[in-house]
Design a binder for this molecule. Structure first.
Ligand SMILES: Nc1ncnc2c1ncn2[C@@H]1O[C@H](COP(=O)(O)OP(=O)(O)OP(=O)(O)O)[C@@H](O)[C@H]1O
Ligand SMILES: [Mg+2]
Ligand SMILES: [Zn+2]
Length: 412
């Protein structure tokens, strides 16, 4: 910038926002309730903008304070230990994970977080509990796994390649929607059943694109090209199927509703609305319920996987591992996501998150801080304990940031 360049960043990080010269804040809400410039001007003037949710968090008028479920099952000293982890830069790390807790693994980039959690702890548990065959980072011993029913990695990898899978099918809420359409008088007149509103079977779907809304053009020597289906104009169904309306909307129009809109539209159908609320809780309220999962961002895919676990039968004794689940989330969404994670913990599960977000770190029950630096100068546990203890540790970089943060934004 000193050379006359302009730097435009989309950012949620407090420190980056604080360093900006000029701020453009969008909102005021998400999805349909957003889309307006709420504030545009110098950083110093943002706090006096009453309409900006961002401003409230920056000034401390609002804080990320997740409501904690009252019952915290399993918080009784059970522990999982991984001893002598030494893959990549790890220096014989002995990791202790208190079970039934929210555990944050912190440290500067390159300190060894992913190597420890992603490449060693998870594959080791997956081998023992699920007989999986993937490679495992080097370690000496593991104890306490018999207290777990499963280990689940909720990462940012794509959910699938199918353009026919979307948030509402992923949460198994689409069957109810198809049934509602099949029960309408128009559908009965046409002899349509729920299957006619599926994109997986012939009947009501557009056959030119097999219900995907896209047609694939094979390009020699290049990646395949996808163009909108000319027959259904991307609507994925035959004209006849689109004539069927439920509360005034066609199946295509329903699939283009956002999660927020759909939860109002289906507010009288508990089996649908309960799933939509889970999507909203993980910060996906703005997503369209029919958006193909192969087009989701990494952070969105991860949050959809979390929603999938919350929407199904409440799990117990599961160890969840996540790598920076708050990526891309606004303060408000971080708060909701934290509530969801604490809910998983209250059900008797353990959640291990790799996180840089200080609101998450302060909300954790236990913090394992790796470092002190990246690469060869890292790979050790600098400090472990409750957030307050980490904040007191003078050797820990995370500790220093956390201390300053806790001083500036004391608990409500
Ligand atoms: N496959 C590999 N081969 C050799 N070195 C590796 C390999 N994967 C990671 N490393 C090194 O090990 C160290 C720890 O990497 P790791 O990915 O665990 O860091 P991290 O704490 O997860 O960082 P970030 O916050 O950037 O994700 C780094 O110095 C990295 O360069
Ligand atoms: Mg990493
Ligand atoms: Zn088509």
């Amino acid at each position: 910038m000193e050379r006359g360049n302009t730097l435009l960043v989309v950012e949620h990080d407090r420190d980056v926002i604080d360093q900006a010269d000029h701020i453009v804040d969008l909102g005021p809400g998400a999805g349909e309730r957003g889309g307006e410039v709420v504030f545009a001007g110098p950083r110093g003037e943002l706090p006096s903008c009453p309409a900006s949710a961002t401003a409230k968090y920056l000034t401390g008028a609002r804080r990320v304070t997740p409501r904690r479920p009252r019952e915290r099952a399993g918080a009784n000293g059970r522990v999982l230990t991984l001893l002598g982890a030494s893959e990549n830069n790890l220096k014989e790390v002995d990791l202790r994970v208190p079970l039934g807790k929210l555990v944050a693994v912190t440290g500067v980039s390159g300190s060894g977080k992913s190597t420890l959690v992603h490449d060693t702890l998870f594959p080791a548990l997956a081998r023992i509990l699920h007989d999986s065959k993937g490679p495992i980072g080097r370690f000496r011993e593991i104890h306490g796994f018999e207290q777990l029913s499963a280990a689940v990695l909720l990462d940012q990898s794509p959910i699938g390649k199918s353009p026919r899978s979307n948030p509402i099918t992923y949460l198994k809420g689409y069957d109810s929607i198809r049934r509602l359409f099949a029960e309408t008088a128009t559908a009965r007149g046409l002899g349509y059943g729920p299957g006619h509103f599926s994109f997986n079977s012939a009947g009501g779907r557009c056959e030119s694109c097999a219900g995907s809304g896209f047609q694939k053009i094979e390009m020699h020597f290049m990646a395949d090209l996808y163009i909108r289906c000319a027959d259904c104009e991307g609507k994925r169904f035959k004209p006849q199927a689109l004539e069927v309306r439920y509360k005034g909307l066609s199946i295509h129009e329903v699939l283009t509703l956002t999660v927020e809109e759909a939860s109002l539209f289906f507010d009288d159908v508990p089996s649908i609305v309960s799933r939509l609320l889970v999507l909203r809780d993980v910060g996906l309220g703005y997503l369209r319920i029919g958006q193909p999962v192969n087009t989701l961002s990494g952070g969105e895919a991860q949050r959809l996987k979390i929603a999938g676990h919350l929407a199904s039968k409440p799990p117990r004794d599961v160890l969840y591992l996540m790598d920076e689940p708050t990526t891309g989330l606004h303060f408000q969404d971080v708060e909701r996501l934290l509530e969801v994670l604490l809910r998983l913990v209250a059900l008797g599960n353990t959640v291990v998150v790799i996180e840089h977000n200080l609101d998450v770190i302060r909300a954790a029950d236990w913090v394992v801080d790796l470092g002190p630096e990246g690469g060869d100068a890292g790979g050790r546990i600098v400090v472990e304990g409750p957030p307050a203890e980490v904040a007191r540790c003078s050797d820990s970089r995370t500790g220093a940031f956390l201390r300053a943060y806790l001083e500036k934004h004391p608990a409500a």
